[in-house]
Design a protein around this ligand. Structure first.
Ligand code: UDP
Length: 237
């Protein structure tokens, strides 16, 4: 069995990544691929926590633009993450891997409520743990939730899985001359005004020295590569 670089990881999957070819909702092919990859790394004995986003279904900012009260719209966004969490749990369990969903908002008929001690027990017992509903508070993002949970659950690193290969000096979708960074310090990312995560998430990771690896989730094998310490994405530390 290959030697893994990190014993416990926190993986942030954005809601957008679940879209696949769709413009709304969940593409089961993508879910299945993620579950396949997770199965592979699970077999290496890695403890896996996952924070899932909700942008494929609803974002608070979009509700606000349509005239909604922002806090209410954010609660809708958090509930969207719960839908994604249940879909991912289903895909993971279909691979015969034990998996639990914990929610930052109480919806006890659907998922366990997040309690740190219990979350740690799930990880120690080898269950993949999906953390839904972000931080449980409006005006935050699931990136901030990912950093927060990574810190409190003592993950060694945050894997921020996105649709791009890493952090670039310019938008790679708009400018073909955009250059990818292999490694950055938090201060360099700040100086160069690179948008790695939102400011709250970024400063929390920086203040508490949580390394963040940004990589493309849509390229099969990247999670494994990242775990084995192979060159993939951009490491911010
Ligand atoms: N959200 C929130 N508090 C949190 C996390 C998320 O209010 O702690 C809401 C917010 O409206 C956000 C939505 O949930 O737009 C979905 O999360 P996010 O945009 O982070 O998802 P992603 O971009 O990763 O798909």
């Amino acid at each position: 069995m290959p030697e893994v670089k990190y014993k416990r990881i926190l993986l942030k999957i954005s809601g957008e990544a679940l879209l696949g070819d769709k413009s709304f909702g969940i593409d089961n092919k993508v879910l299945n691929k993620i579950a396949e990859e997770l199965k592979e790394i699970y077999q290496y004995g890695v403890e896996i926590g996952i924070v899932i986003g909700g942008g494929n279904i609803f974002r608070g900012v979009a509700g606000e633009k349509q005239g909604m009260d922002r806090a209410r719209a954010d609660y809708m966004g958090m509930l969207a993450t719960l839908i994604n969490a249940l879909a991912l749990q289903d895909a993971i369990e279909s691979k015969n891997i034990p998996c639990r969903v914990m929610s930052a908002l109480e919806v006890k008929e659907v998922a366990e409520t997040y309690i740190r001690e219990k979350a740690l027990k799930h990880l120690e017992k080898g269950r993949i743990l999906i953390l839904a509903c972000g931080t449980g508070n409006p005006f935050f993002t699931t990136d901030t939730a990912a950093v927060l949970r990574a810190l409190e659950l003592k993950a060694k690193i945050l894997f921020k899985a996105t649709k791009v290969d890493g952090v670039y000096d310019k938008d790679p979708f708009k400018d073909p001359t955009a250059k990818k960074f292999d490694e950055l310090t938090f201060d360099e990312a700040l100086q160069k005004k690179l948008r790695v995560m939102d400011a709250t998430a970024f400063s929390l990771a920086r203040d508490y020295k949580l390394p963040v690896l940004v990589f493309n989730l849509l390229k099969y094998g990247n999670i494994k590569k990242a775990l084995l310490g192979e060159k993939v994405g951009t490491l911010i530390k």
